[in-house]
Design a protein. Structure first.
Lengths: 128, 128
DNA sequence: CAGATATACGTTATAGTATTACATAGCACA
DNA sequence: TGTGCTATGTAATACTATAACGTATATCTG
């Protein structure tokens, strides 16, 4: 199946798993430098590319940051602008509707990005 | 209603309208420099910010580029990776489903980004 | 009118994100 | 042994975006 991860990919993935949210490439770079000495941007970007192709991380486009994929199926990324939390919400029927809608236009999609900014339940319940 | 556009905003909007697709901020900058002499990045970014707030342009996140808003209502941005075309596809019921789905999670959305990469009808019909 | 405020813009510098290009090292295996 | 492949290192650069500060102009208002 998926080829095994390389050492660098493993390290980046571990860092992302240990974080409680997305990290930018340069945050990852900083962590790796504090551990391992001379690490340069291509090391991080190559690892991210590999992990993305393996389907285990994804770029959160609107944050220019990277996060572990938490759901087996593509989801809606819900980003709270108040507390910064990022959740992936599964919505298979939504993606199916999207597929249908695009098919009706003759468009064959290969990759969907759905990101939503707003306020999460925790931040809505409490004060502003 | 919407305040009038500033001269810089007007110029940037005209450039985007004249293009047949999204332009990056630095492409806009280059055009403005060839016309007007010394123009710096903040000039472009300020104009884009104003236009975005006015709802007449939007950033295409997955392209890191900017495009004129073509539909009165938020749409699905369909990007053909073969010919580079970018279209906004209206899908009100899709956005309504998205709203419902997020509301069920307690999430109140303020801004949605839906971008899809794939192959458009023109590129599907013909050869690879 | 003087002074206060607000908007738009100019200018310089810098921050933040990502890629290109080329070198090297190790492994697999004919 | 040598050939090719994968992963990595390394240096430089490209691309995207913002911060911080200054200036000009308009408008309001006492």
């Amino acid at each position: 199946m998926g080829t095994a991860l390389t050492p660098n990919e493993t390290e980046v993935l571990a860092l992302l798993r240990g974080a409680n949210g997305p990290m930018t490439a340069y945050q990852l770079l900083g962590r790796m430098q504090r551990k391992g000495g001379a690490v340069a941007p291509p090391t991080v970007y190559r690892a991210l590319k590999g992990l993305e192709e393996a389907g285990v991380v994804q770029r959160i486009e609107t944050l220019r940051a990277w996060a572990v994929v938490t759901s087996p199926v593509p989801g809606v990324v819900a980003i709270c602008d108040y507390c910064g939390s990022v959740r992936s919400v599964e919505a298979p029927s939504l993606f199916e509707s999207l597929h249908q809608r695009l098919a009706a236009e003759g468009f064959a999609e290969a990759r969907q990005t759905i990101e939503v900014h707003g306020r999460c339940g925790d931040c809505t319940g409490g004060r502003a």
